[in-house]
Write a protein that binds this ligand. Structure first.
Ligand code: UDP
Length: 246
């Protein structure tokens, strides 16, 4: 959510950001795959101050039955922000923002999951935001992608997601909380890393065409770095399986 201007210097004279990052630097990201026993696939992700848990259930018979598609599986994505995940307690339950994020994320994954293999089924993705610090939709999509791979769901590629935007008059990668609150623009991106297809692109705020190009360039590089971390998480997970620990 872009909050408009404030008397806060988001970029110092040396070009450094509030948390000391350079313009094209991402916050630290860690991912662990296979953390929930009862889910078909799962992942836990930390990204800066974000803490996110993703679980995947299915493919299983879609319920209610009228939601079934005789030719392919449907994708459900539930994004939920815990009441304690933000400074001002969030009212529990769904709202416009979480419905919107769930919808665009489900559409992103419907582009990569091989849905035709599972007629009448649903693939249910559930993401819980335990702590939020801007960029939760990218964190949610990134964690969900690892959980889908962990569930063994056939995909045309892994989806990686990262945002770029503008804060303190400068185009920056991966906005932190204050940059999101007081910055000028936020551009979340998600890509199929096998084909390079863009599966999600949104924009909040204002950018010139040139700034938008730079932001997109930063976000694409961010997705590449995220993809490497996702692959490492899956490799570690299957190393554990081979060693008989999971
Ligand atoms: N946020 C909040 N309360 C809310 C919704 C959002 O404090 O009810 C914060 C949270 O830290 C979130 C940030 O605002 O990460 C930015 O929200 P936005 O809608 O831009 O989505 P996001 O950047 O998380 O994908």
């Amino acid at each position: 959510m872009m909050g408009g201007t404030a008397d806060i210097e988001l970029i110092d004279k040396k070009g450094k950001r509030l948390d000391g990052r350079k313009a094209d630097e991402m916050r630290p990201v860690t991912i662990e795959a296979g953390v929930l026993k009862r889910a078909n696939g799962s992942a836990y992700l930390e990204w800066g101050g974000n803490k996110v848990l993703a679980g995947v259930f299915g493919p299983r018979e879609a319920i209610p039955r009228h939601s079934q598609d005789a030719t392919k599986a449907i994708v459900n994505f539930r994004y939920n922000m815990a009441p304690f995940s933000v400074d001002d307690r969030k009212r529990p339950g769904p709202d416009r923002r979480s419905s919107e994020i769930g919808k665009v994320a489900a559409e992103a994954f419907a582009n990569v999951i091989v849905l035709e293999q599972f007629p009448r089924a649903s693939v249910d993705i559930v993401v819980e935001i335990l702590e939020a610090a801007a960029g939760t939709r990218c964190a949610a999509i990134t964690a969900a992608s690892v959980a889908l791979a962990d569930a063994g769901i056939p995909m045309k590629g892994m989806v990686a997601s990262c945002a770029a935007g503008k804060a303190g008059g400068k185009v920056v990668l991966d906005l932190a909380q204050k940059e999101d609150n007081f910055g000028e623009a936020d551009v979340p991106l998600a890509m199929n890393m096998t084909t390079g297809e863009v599966v999600l692109l949104q924009m909040d705020g204002d950018l010139s065409p040139k700034e938008f190009e730079t932001a997109l360039d930063y976000a694409m590089k961010g997705c590449k770095d995220i993809y490497e971390i996702q692959k490492k998480a899956l490799l570690t997970r299957y190393q554990r399986v081979i060693e008989g620990e999971a």
